[in-house]
Design a protein around this ligand. Sequence first.
Ligand SMILES: C[S@@+](CC[C@H](N)C(=O)[O-])C[C@H]1O[C@@H](n2cnc3c(N)ncnc32)[C@H](O)[C@@H]1O
Length: 266
Amino acid sequence: MLRWLEKTLFYPYQVFFASERKENQGMMQKYVKGLVGDLGCGSANYRPFCLSLPGVTDYLGMDYPVWAENFNHSVALADSMGALGQTLLRAAPSGAQLWVDGTRLAIGDNRFDTLLSLGVLEHIPNHRAYLSEVCRVLKPGGCLVITIPFLYQAHGGAEGADDFYRWTRSGLVHELKLAGLECLEVEPFGGVGAMFSQLVNGYLIKKIKVYRPGNPLRPLLLGASLTPLFFLVNCIAWVLERLDRDSTFASGYRAVGRKPFAPPGQ
Ligand SMILES: C[S@@+](CC[C@H](N)C(=O)[O-])C[C@H]1O[C@@H](n2cnc3c(N)ncnc32)[C@H](O)[C@@H]1O
């Protein structure tokens, strides 16, 4: 209902999401093709974009059932706070078409042309098993497009939906190599401006979320009174985002890992 708000600097995550979305789509345009699997798809936000790419034949959203309750809880919380809550908390139901555990996929070898893993790795205690499964189910020459947070608030939710890790740029490249993937590209996502606004406005939102049933006006009042602050933070972030891109102060990193073709004779 208030979706137009998301395009303005009054929306707390405007600078962060604009930067993240544009750059993710840029990388996907370059590498995403054929059968695309989104491993830990959440609300499957990139499904329409992937299906709009000329080289893509199909998209399969896969997710971990343990998190389903977490998504339902977020949607219920946002709904209980009305239109403002729905806009600020951006909760959406799961977009999974197939329920899986990414560390033990019941899927044959060499199936996908592309895999997406967007903000998933930090939630998996046994992340190496997940990356090794990614490498197994990718076709030779197929690519993994992965994003991980770095300077980003700890997030997750209900029990079993934790946030375990952060990696640096070199750490991510190292993990891809260990899994047997050749790293084609790695870059920061979010410049210092996006990182700053995500952390400051994310903190303020967290306080709005501490919502007590029985006082339905509280989130509304908090949201309304914090809006000028979101705007101010976003203005500073917007300028910083254009002035500086310091990869050591990034919100996270995105990378592309390619499964090598088997050497001739194997
Ligand atoms: C922060 S959400 C990111 C969702 C989505 N990729 C996005 O960018 O909006 C983390 C996701 O990791 C998924 N996840 C956690 N553990 C998993 C596992 N073992 N296998 C597959 N997905 C998992 C969760 O279900 C959740 O959808």
